[in-house]
Ligand binder design. Structure first.
Ligand code: NAY
Length: 294
């Protein structure tokens, strides 16, 4: 499935001071990113603050993205929740919508067994005909999708992809080598060059909300096997990422940068996340100036 390959921006959800979603800003941002050349969108993921939203809000965000996208880029919707039925409700909502894939983090918090985890994914993957992308993100979920678990999950024909947001590149290599047809996305933007060198088919990331042209350049250099030039681009990307993740304010800083770069109101983050401070604004302003120069 070629359409599922490439550079996917993990969209942030813009909220106003009262917590309302700024749908118009979201749609303008989607259009902006398509014009910059991204291949797709990862909607309602960690970056979208999805666990701080109601199911109804998540559905409305997806519908707004579909409308703005208008069939141009690919769309993967993250439907993950802590409980199977909650996730299936979101998957069923996707079933008849024009999107290209659905995805989920593993069930978290309770320390579910391997069998429970596999059952969760099979239940979700069987709930619609949409291609399913497993989301390995031990840093936030506390759960690791090992090469052995991935092999087990691949017995399900609907499970076609893996979003690998992890720094165990030995595991990534093992998964790639044993499963050439699996669509694998690199998940940590600061290590995209590592993912591409090991054969990732794409990358899904939050920083591609503001540095999409740089990651597209990096991907192209890696496709041409020019890893020396790609490393220079990764170094430049990571200078931005260092500023963007400052004090753990990643989402607040990125929303601020989108607002300035695109001249729209991309809003604020939801509590308990805290808002951008004046010190962080200064760092962001410097990054914005350098991004507009280049
Ligand atoms: C999503 O929205 O689910 C993602 O794509 C997450 C990917 C991001 N991971 C985290 C932990 O936020 O883009 C990365 C990450 O923000 C970036 O690499 C900076 O660390």
């Amino acid at each position: 499935n070629k359409k599922l390959e490439g550079i996917f921006t993990a969209l942030l959800t813009p909220f106003d001071e009262n917590g309302n979603i700024l749908f118009d800003s979201l749609q303008r941002h989607v259009d902006f990113l398509i014009n910059q050349g991204v291949d797709g969108f990862y909607v309602n993921g960690s970056t979208g603050e999805s666990f701080l939203m109601t199911p109804e809000e998540r559905k409305k965000v997806l519908e707004a993205v579909i409308e703005a996208n208008n069939g141009r880029a690919a769309i993967i919707n993250h439907c993950g929740n802590i409980g199977t039925d909650l996730s299936i409700d979101l998957i069923k909502h996707c079933a008849n919508l024009p999107i290209d894939g659905v995805s989920s983090v593993p069930p978290f918090y309770y320390g579910f067994s391997k069998d429970e985890l596999v059952a969760y994914y099979n239940d979700l993957a069987n709930a619609s005909d949409k291609p399913f992308i497993v989301y390995n993100m031990p840093k936030f979920s506390g759960v690791i999708i090992t090469p052995a678990i991935m092999k087990e999950l691949r017995k399900n024909k609907n499970i076609v992809g893996l979003k690998f947001t992890h720094n165990d590149f030995y595991a990534l290599q093992q998964i790639r080598a044993s499963d050439p047809d699996l669509i694998i996305y690199n998940g940590f933007d600061e290590m995209a060059i590592c993912g591409f060198s090991l054969g990732c088919n794409g990358a899904i990331g939050s920083t591609y909300n503001v540095i999409a042209p740089l990651i597209i350049k990096l991907r192209n250099l890696c496709s041409e096997n020019d890893y020396v030039s790609a490393r220079k681009v990764q170094t430049k990307i990571n200078e931005y990422i260092n500023g963007m993740v400052m004090n753990g304010k990643h989402f607040a800083i990125t929303k601020y940068m989108i607002s300035k770069l695109e001249g729209i109101n991309y809003g604020i983050v939801r509590r308990p996340f805290s808002q951008i401070s004046d010190v962080e604004k200064k760092v962001a302003d410097n990054m914005i100036a350098s991004l507009t120069e280049n």
